[in-house]
Design a protein around this ligand. Sequence first.
Ligand SMILES: Cc1ncc(COP(=O)(O)O)c(C=O)c1O
Length: 391
Amino acid sequence: MPSEFDTVIDRSGTHAFKWEFRRHCRDRGIIPLWVADMDFEAPEVVRRAVRERAAHGIYGYTLLPDSYFQSVISWMARRFDWEIRKKWIVFTPGVVPALNFAVQAFTEPGDRIIVQPPVYYPFFQAVENNRRELVHNPLLTENSRCVMDLERLRNSIDARTRLLILCSPHNPTGRVWTPEELKDLAEICVERDLIIVTDEIHADLVSPEHSHTPLAVLLPELADRIVTCTSPNKTFNIAGLQTANVIISDKGLRQRFQHAAHSAGIELANVFGVVALEAAYSTGGEAWLTRLLDYLWGNFALLQDFGAHHFPGLRVFPLEGTYLAWLDCRDLHPDDKKLKDVLLRHGVWLDEGSKFGPGGEGFLRLNIACPRSQLAEALERMAAAFSSIPK
Ligand SMILES: Cc1ncc(COP(=O)(O)O)c(C=O)c1O
């Protein structure tokens, strides 16, 4: 039976970053499987809510109503057994701005901030653009799976190190950290007095065999050092509505974070973001998410199966969470940038692993959130590209 996610939607004329960033790519019919943006419509409940709000015709400054906060509270309770209070929720226009505010709020210029690459590259920018020092604690690869290097982490922390930015689930390696891994990490952060900013934007996008545990749920006793970034942006493909919620139960941390956000002039919401979030976090949005997850892991199964037969020398890492598959191409070609160029010449656009920092070299990141027919075509093109590489 066809799925609602099978429909190929022409995004031309919508200024879609994924399709238009390199205009020449669209003109050349290149399939873009790079940035974390899905080629699926948002759930009908969300589209209806936005349509109804748009029909009103006045789009002035908009407050966050109580119903907005109740939607966030209810979602966290239903999905993660996380009992949060309204006053813990701080609105920001996206998780990336929130990361920048966190850096400004909790550190001083010159302080050291730890990230665990390969990781979502705006983490680096949030540190460096704010004139803090970036400290890499690269992940280790064990049996086609990435793990944290806790020993190295312990040794990387000095008196000027204040903050660790965690990506949980992890983009781009597809890991969903286990409670044990998170506890071990947190233990070091407590020992060395670090604040942890945990970016949990991919929390809803987890495979059926795995389950995401918010750090703040696992370790409520560490509330005074945990800042959690959440958003419906990835889950419901509404990133253009720029709506995120940072959950901070500790009053002191929250006030510092709020001060940084207010200093940047952030206070009021996106008029469509408010109604979209409420609709997304409803039971209708939740039912759509169940179907989406089923489809995404069907796409991943296609990638695994196709890759096993047609991508010799390439390993597809298990996808525990996110819709971003991590492909180990080191035996195929050592230079991921060259590999990306070969792929572009064959009509498919992936992100090169080195973009995500140390440890990403020789990898590619593949966004599988597109109609299956499009993914199948992209995989054929990838196979042709790989077979064109001299052995
Ligand atoms: C880990 C992570 N954080 C944040 C974002 C972007 O968040 P936002 O669009 O809410 O700024 C992404 C998008 O890919 C991401 O993967």
